[in-house]
Ligand binder design. Structure first.
Ligand code: ADP
Ligand code: MG
Length: 743
């Protein structure tokens, strides 16, 4: 056989019927099938807990048959087979219908009392009892067909992510059909022999056998461990190759006005002289790192992380000016048109006359800034395109669409991408292909990226962090308040009163606008959190309207005026509400998360968040950032119905513990599903990370990274490692595909 065995279509291998069923699970080739790992392992010796089954779940249970009887149906005609299976404590009913009793006899024969089997179906309810209707089942040690997979009652039973109509044992049988005849040559191993030997890992073929046909629990654990390492290793090899390839590329070195040094009559020093503030140490340090990257003839690829307000814009602007000083151009890309326009305004005001080259009163070292977005009129667009193509505009500001459009630059030396943390390798490539000498690149994000995620997803980038905030901010103390505790709640409102009496302002944030359930999408949903996971269904969510009414009637707030704000108000009404709050006319503002970004009221000292468990960590972190801005300490009260020990409670406690955005981001990745954090391309792909979890497996990733570095350094083309090269291509191909799907 040849390596192409795993590329073979399943139709040829397992037949059309099974292949069609497997296709619904996204499995079309033999390779897809053997990479469809069991989700868990059942034990024939251990019964499922029937008491734990929930109505609506699609389940596979291991249980013993207690009885099975066929009887005619009185009202409808036809016949009914009712079987009862048990785990020794709870019972589950199995129901089969047929036109004639005879059709049910074979089931009755097989479902003999005392037999143990696997039963698959969707849990339903009939007269208060749980049941499976027409379940698929396999009896242990009874069916010749299934005997192969269930032969030895001591072996763990692989239980696969199955679908309606494809029970796990059918998948198991198909897997074995493919797997059993495979030879090592059919499954070339992407992990090089020396790495396998060094870590005493099973080969790919062995690992596949261990996970699909384990004899013991240790078997599948060892198999999974190796496959997990493989995922990390392939990914890290891809990233190592990118780093190596980049190191071999040449970009134009952008030295700035007079090399990388001091006062020089260039735009960078002209800007520094104009700035209304002194750069922080962090901004200087990051600025120097970027300046020396730009001055090198290899393309910079740097990720700059810094919380909102950390002052990334001015760092980016100085980098762009260094390139302009060197005779090149820079592009600044924002995620939305609104943000692009805002960037243009900010840059124009920071540059002042420096952005008016060739205009009356413009500086003679100056340049021009062009804005290029989809909503420009034809004339303005043409002008901007011309300015970019001629080189007249040193800085071109636009949305990410600038990447894919055929915008011509005279000499594009630097691309800055703002506020983008789901920036796939593929998009990074899109930039690199323009022109033979790729531009330098700076990616900026306000969402802190934990080290392990950075290593996994951005492993081909250098990273810098702006950790201090330029505007001095006082500490904000955060407490979690149980909503059920009346004494505490009274204290919350009396505390609000004290703040108001001291001349300060208080935000009260609610997850809903009015009591009308479903009137607004839950913010937690938007934040990728399953809102049902931790909610008490019987407690209605706090709404802006009802809460405002309640506070107006709250004895401890007597005489305090309460304002409201939410997304359904007109822009003018919102402005008015904000103004009344800022001036102190309504010192308490009940609001939705519309205040989350950009709102800056210096007197605001206190933030009360109701139903805080409904919000995500980063959202609460942003909300909390609204208070404590005026130099006085802030107070944040997270009021919650979350149960003790729940994930929601853990999220809130993490917030109470720290104000460090990075620590919170780590916690966030830990508590959320990976996909929410990494985006589809990096986590959920068909061929990519199935077993690897970026936070939990940090050690595996670090080890794989070291191994990958070495392998790629010794053989940059991977000509001695064709299987690894193929695995990398498959992974990149998938990213490309998903990028295209999203675009
Ligand atoms: P972000 O990192 O969120 O993009 P910005 O670049 O928008 O932050 O900066 C936030 C605010 O801080 C801006 O008003 C900016 O002018 C100001 N700022 C930036 N650097 C400093 C500094 N060194 N000292 C004082 N204010 C600064
Ligand atoms: Mg910004």
């Amino acid at each position: 056989m040849s390596p192409a065995v795993l590329d073979e279509s399943l139709t040829r291998v397992v037949g059309t019927r099974t292949a069609n069923a497997l296709e619904k699970l996204g499995l079309t080739t033999s390779g897809d099938l053997v990479r469809h790992y069991p989700r868990r392992y059942g034990r024939p010796g251990e019964l499922s807990e029937i008491g734990q089954l929930r109505v609506g779940d699609h389940v596979t249970v291991v249980a013993d048959v207690e009885q099975a009887t066929v009887r005619p149906m009185r009202n409808r005609g036809g016949a009914l087979l009712e079987a009862v299976v048990t785990d020794g404590r709870d019972r589950l009913r199995l129901t089969f219908f047929a036109k004639r009793a005879g059709a049910l006899r074979p089931h009755e024969d097989r479902l003999r009392a005392g037999r143990r089997g696997l039963f698959t179906g969707t849990v339903g309810e009939y007269r208060g009892a749980r049941q499976l209707t027409h379940p698929e089942y396999a009896l242990i040690g009874a069916d010749a067909d299934e005997d192969e997979m269930l032969a030895d009652a001591a072996k763990p039973i692989p239980i696969y992510p199955a679908g309606q109509g494809v029970p796990t044992w059918r998948i198991a049988r198909a897997v074995r059909t493919v797997l059993d005849p495979l030879t090592a040559a059919d499954a070339p191993d992407p992990i090089p022999d020396d790495v396998i030997a060094e870590h005493s890992l099973p080969s790919l073929l062995e690992a596949l056998r261990l996970v699909h046909a384990p004899e013991t629990d240790e078997d599948w654990q060892r198999g999974r461990e190796r496959l997990r390492f493989e995922e990390a290793f392939v990914l890290q090899s891809a990233l190592a190759r990118r780093r190596a390839a980049r190191a071999a590329m040449t970009s134009v070195a952008r030295l700035g006005a007079v090399g990388a040094s001091g006062a020089d009559g260039g735009l960078v020093s002209a800007l520094d002289a104009r700035l209304p503030f002194a750069l922080t140490d962090g901004q200087r340090a990051v600025g120097e790192a970027i300046a020396s990257d730009l001055a090198r003839p290899t393309p910079m690829m740097r990720l700059l992380q810094g919380d909102v307000g950390a002052g990334k814009t001015v760092v980016a602007l100085r980098a762009m000016l260094q390139v302009v000083d060197s005779g090149g151009q820079a592009a600044l890309l924002a995620p939305t048109e609104v943000l692009a326009a805002q960037h243009e305004r900010t840059i124009l005001s920071l540059l002042g006359p420096l952005a008016e080259a060739g205009m009356l009163g413009g500086s003679d070292v100056g340049t021009r800034v062009a804005l290029l977005t989809g909503s420009l009129g034809a004339a303005a667009r043409k002008k901007a395109l011309l300015q970019a193509a001629s080189g007249e505009a040193g800085i071109v500001v636009g949305t990410h669409a600038l990447l894919t459009e055929t915008v011509q630059f005279a000499d594009l030396g630097l691309v800055v991408v703002d506020e983008q943390h789901r920036f796939g390798v593929e998009q990074r490539d899109a930039l690199r292909v323009r022109g033979e000498s790729p531009p330098h690149m700076l990616v900026m994000t306000a969402t802190p990226i934990p080290r392990t995620v950075a290593m996994t997803v951005f492993g081909d980038l250098e990273t810098s962090v702006l950790s201090e905030r330029p505007a001095h901010r006082a500490e904000t103390v955060t407490h979690v308040v149980p909503a059920d505790n009346e004494a505490w709640m009274r204290r919350v409102w009396s505390r609000v009163r004290e703040e108001v009496d001291a001349g300060r302002r208080v935000y009260v944030v609610c997850p809903r606008i009015d009591g009308d359930a479903g009137s607004t999408p839950s913010d937690a949903e938007a934040a990728g959190i399953d809102p049902l996971a931790d909610a008490k269904p019987d407690v209605p969510l706090a709404s802006v309207m009802e809460t405002a009414e309640a506070l107006r009637a709250e004895p401890s707030l007597a005489g305090v005026r309460v304002g409201v704000m939410h997304g359904r108000m007109t822009p003018d009404a919102k402005d008015a509400a904000m103004a009344a709050f800022a001036s102190g006319e309504t010192p308490v503002l009940v609001s939705t998360t519309v205040i989350e970004v950009g709102v800056d009221v210096r007197e605001a000292s206190t933030m009360v968040v109701l139903d805080a468990e409904r919000f995500g960590i980063s959202q609460l972190h942003q909300l909390r950032g609204r208070v404590g801005r005026g130099g006085m300490p802030g107070l944040c009260l997270l009021v919650t119905h979350a149960e003790a020990e729940s994930v929601a409670q853990e999220r809130l406690e993490a917030l109470a513990e720290t104000e460090d955005g990075f620590a919170l981001a780590e916690k966030d990745v830990e508590l959320r599903r990976e996909g929410d954090v990494l985006g589809a391309a990096q986590s959920g792909g068909r061929n990519s990370l199935r077993l690897l979890r970026v936070v939990r497996d940090a050690d595996v990733i670090a080890q794989a990274r070291a191994d990958a570095e070495r392998v790629v350094a010794e053989d940059p083309e991977l000509s001695g490692h064709p299987a690894l090269a193929a695995a990398i291509d498959a992974w990149l191909g998938e990213e490309r595909e998903e990028f295209l799907e999203r675009g």
